[in-house]
Design a binder for this molecule. Structure first.
Ligand code: NCD
Length: 319
């Protein structure tokens, strides 16, 4: 089912597959915390090719691989590589595939992970492709929601911020269509979600509302997923300046909602005030930790080593 499989878009996975990954991730938590030792990935190498800045995605993949006994090579910026000499992404990926067993790629161009998978004999995991997708973030988001609410069905989820350029938003909203959720998209009109994303959600039978004002939705939602305005994707810096700072979630705003789960893929700039961090509703640091067990499960599954962890690896997938 998962052996040898690429992880490019969350919509390549159905509900059953998503739930299997989340269940397996749950069993990985003690290993992710260092409380239990397991090394099924001993002798395996993960290549991390990061063409864009990253803290959590890269480090949690590294932590996941190390915790499972594997090793990591790669780069955090393309400057020191032959990309600076004009080498193509295709050739870079061919090399990484020759030197490793699984590749994680982050790249500013939408569609780059799909392209990379074409040139790699080894599984490619999309660590974010421009404003496109961020499927592993979504899996850890779903993991966090399920951990906090005990379920993924019957929830109202508000997604706030940069819905146009935010890849985590595109992946998460698409994933939620596998469950019985209502999605409230909250953004300034300039940063509304792309029409093809909204149409996809509706075609999949999900109830979607699009509003500019957060206050009106807070009393209806179980989860508030806050995102950063994606400064680096704005063609016009003046436009960013105008929109930045439009939303700020602070203690005063959320204190009437003790059951709200507040999430954020991080990095946070100023859209969540630091005074929220210590409140029980704030789940974002825990969410970031959850990247480790979820990425452990993914690495074990796509390299075909999940069996060693008591997870049935499933049949070989034709690539
Ligand atoms: C996000 C990303 O890179 O898309 N970060 C992450 O992986 N947790 C969110 C962001 O950069 O705003």
């Amino acid at each position: 089912m998962f052996n040898g499989r690429d992880v490019i878009s969350i919509s390549d996975f159905d509900r059953n597959e998503i739930e299997r990954i989340l269940d397996f991730s749950e069993r990985m938590v003690p290993v992710a915390k260092g409380d239990r030792y397991a090394d099924p990935l001993k002798g395996k190498i993960l290549a991390t090719l990061f063409f864009e800045p990253s803290t959590r995605t890269r480090l949690s993949f590294e932590s996941a691989m190390n915790r499972l006994g594997g090793r990591v090579l790669g780069f955090a910026e393309p400057k020191g590589t032959s990309l600076a000499k004009g080498e193509t992404l295709a050739d870079t990926v061919r090399m990484a595939a020759a030197y490793s067993d699984v590749i994680v790629l982050r790249h500013p161009r939408e569609g780059s992970a799909r392209l990379a998978a074409k040139y790699s004999e080894k599984p490619v995991i999309n660590g974010g492709d421009g404003a496109g997708q961020h499927p592993t973030q979504t899996l850890l988001d779903l993991f966090t929601i399920r951990q906090d609410k005990g379920k993924l069905d019957g929830l109202n989820v508000a997604i706030l911020g940069d819905l146009k350029y935010g890849r985590t938003v595109h992946s998460l909203s698409m994933a939620l269509t596998n469950f019985d959720t209502k999605i409230h998209l909250v953004s300034p009109k300039e940063l509304r979600a792309p029409r093809e994303v909204v149409n996809h959600l509706k075609e999949r039978g999900t109830e979607v509302s699009e509003v500019a004002d957060l206050e009106g939705v807070l009393d209806q939602v179980d989860v508030l997923y806050v995102t950063r305005i994606q400064k680096e994707r704005f063609p016009d810096p003046m436009e960013y300046q105008r929109i930045a700072g439009m939303y700020r979630v602070d203690e005063e705003l959320i204190s009437p909602y003790p059951d709200l789960t507040i999430m954020h893929p991080l990095p946070r700039v100023n859209e969540i005030a630091p005074d929220v961090d210590i409140l029980p509703q704030a789940r974002y640091f825990n969410q970031a930790f959850n990247g480790v067990p979820v990425r452990m499960a993914l690495l074990a599954l796509v390299t075909g080593m999940a069996e060693a962890l008591g997870e049935e690896a499933g049949e070989e997938v034709a690539r």
